[in-house]
Design a protein around this ligand. Structure first.
Ligand code: DC
Length: 233
């Protein structure tokens, strides 16, 4: 299916499968996929490595603001797809640990961090044909995105998927700890002052608790046919 030059914004709760869905959309429609959460995770890694966030998740905001001035965080394509880098160091694996997951929401709530990330994300949107997932893509980063999707799923379904993913990667995690982390992140992400997670008024809700990825692809093809009419197959 060939679709017009648009931006597809996918927002929603943690571990609703936004990135798997977005990756598949990108590959089917030849779009660029961007994982905005990876940028927040990259900034969190910086904060952890430089001791700018303590064990109570209190952030040294002035020091973080100045560290961001020379922080070379970017995406680069590799033979395995696009990955997150600091300079020439690939940080894709380090940013997915439970330690980073436990600290990313307080970091993502800091306004100068959001400015830093938003500026980079908007650069990518200039050429359109981008699918981006996150928490505020349809509300703040690209409020004019032509297609906005808000993803949700039952907490337990999400925790099971996430725990299975982490165990498959060799991480020793319990379902309870993953559920607690998701519950906490949902709360912080939805209640922060700057760009909280919320559904854009014109976003379509996709509850995938009982859907496979293929079901979701069927759903989006139908949405695109309805919204953009004469797309060619
Ligand atoms: O999608 P993810 O779980 O990798 O995102 C990690 C964290 O980053 C998430 O808890 C909230 C934050 N985030 C955000 O605040 N805004 C975005 N656009 C993307 C992620």
């Amino acid at each position: 299916m060939h679709i017009p030059d648009i931006i597809i914004a996918i927002d929603g709760y943690s571990s609703t499968g936004k990135s798997s869905f977005a990756r598949l959309i990108a590959s089917e429609f030849s779009f660029l996929y961007l994982d905005s959460g990876a940028m927040y995770r990259g900034v969190t890694l910086l904060a952890v490595e430089q001791g700018l966030i303590d064990s109570d998740n209190i952030v040294d905001i002035p020091a973080l603001r100045s560290a961001l001035l020379s922080f070379d965080l970017h995406f680069s394509s590799t033979p395995d797809g696009s990955k997150t880098f600091i300079g020439d160091r690939c940080i894709e694996k380090e940013i997915r640990t439970m330690e980073i997951s436990g600290k990313v929401s307080p970091i993502a709530a800091v306004p100068c961090v959001r400015e830093f990330v938003d500026m980079r994300l908007r650069e990518f949107g200039k050429k359109k044909r981008v699918v981006m997932d996150g928490r505020d893509i349809g509300t703040t980063v690209f409020p004019d995105a032509e297609l906005k999707i808000f993803m949700t799923a039952d907490l337990e379904v999400r925790a099971r998927r996430r725990a299975a993913e982490m165990i498959a990667k060799g991480d020793d995690v319990s379902l309870e700890s993953v559920m607690a982390n998701l519950r906490e992140r949902d709360y912080i992400d939805s209640h922060r002052e700057t760009s909280p997670l919320s559904k854009a008024a014109d976003a379509l809700v996709l509850d995938n608790s009982r859907m496979t990825l293929q079901d979701q692809m069927e759903w989006i093809r139908e949405v695109i046919r309805e919204k953009f009419g004469n797309v060619s197959d």
